[in-house]
Write a protein that binds this ligand. Sequence first.
Ligand code: 9WN
Length: 467
Amino acid sequence: MSAGPAGGTGAAAGLDATAGRPDGDPSPGWDGAERAAGLRRLAVATLDGNWEHDHTVPSRTLYPHQWSWDSAFIAVGLAHVRPERAWRELRTLFAAQWADGRVPHIVFNPALRVGSYFPGPEFWDSARADGAPASSTSGIVQPPVHAAAAWLIHRRAPSEASVRALRWLYPRLVAQQRYLTGRRDVGGAGLACLVHPWESGLDNSPAWDAPMAGVPADAAVMRAYRRHDTAHADAAHRPTDLDYARYVAIVASYREGRYGDDGLAGRHPFLVECPLLNAALGVAEQALARIAAVVGADPGPHRERAARITATLVDRLYDPTTGTFHPRDLRTDRLIPARTVLGLMPLILPDLPARQVRAVLTEACSPRFGLASRMDRPLPTHDRTAPDFEPLRYWRGPSWLNTSWLLWRGLLTHRRPDLAAGLRESMLGLVARSGCHEYFHPDTGAGLGSPAFSWTASLALDALAEG
Ligand code: 9WN
């Protein structure tokens, strides 16, 4: 393996970065400084346009509230251009943290009219749950990428203000971890489980087809609701009405128990351990160890927990016969066979054992995902060779910048500058050609979904700066 990633920042540029970059200038090597500057202008304008007094909306049309993991990705990009806003983004999100430590996947903006998103605050009805915050939120979570984001922001420009921000965030990030590894350890092995496909962030991934098939629901239920997404995006690209009926049924079941986690194993219709959510959990402990050292807390327990999470992830979610990671369906206690981009995500773990690093790289570079130092097509979200690969439908094939960015950070961590450079070039090329779209056609690179999507803008900024 090569000695360090392009740009020479070594393992420092992974999600557990140990050193920041000295400046915010885009890499002059990226296809000409002018092109990089144009991209940067577009990204900043997109983020500014989506700023909403104390947070950034993922998209003004499709997603007009605040989303949890979006905010973490957004903050990473904002750190390069609007550092104060990066901290504000995280503070606003964590101000809506529940008493049990869960960070809700949506924080609703009370100023918006009823019906501006489905399912909205009236559907989630968080006010009836114990320990919910004063603001209306959803009751489920998303992958905990926030501690890593906070660390990247601080490393980007360490200052008194960033140390203050870390001090405020640290106990909240610890509580978030405690919730996920405590109440959400339904399998009892030390990993967190998803109670809804939305918690994965890759909502409609083929990985969820098998567990979703067991959720009793009837598409006709959706006649009682008004879907907001299909009014703003092509219905053929979005989940079906039957998918939505199941999404709604799973929320209804969780809401019935007021979002309590006791006894989930016996009563909840969807329980899955996900490689991405748990890899994020491990990286969060690595980041917390570094943050602890800055705020005067003990990094030791975080390091120990990080090592345990990685070992358990390998033990429970790695399949030596396929050579990749798979989600585990806790209702059947079986690995889900679909080979999706989720299987590559544990590469973000700096302590992933060499055998699994090799396996993930082999999988990523196979025709299934096409990772290469010169990529001819963008990284898809599902195995291109699978019969259920769909180039247009949500998370079932198209390319998203966040999954590419996570893999890119993993490649930097594991010192593969050749592959990291190829992926970065592919990511930036997509945005330069098609704009800050929500996602991209995995063959042509055409922009799909929302045209002014925040994390596409922010992660492009981050990739530009780390070149
Ligand atoms: C449901 C906001 C979110 C992202 C998810 C993405 C999509 C919502 C939806 O948009 O999910 O949470 O309505 O489809 O799948 O990853 O956080 O951008």
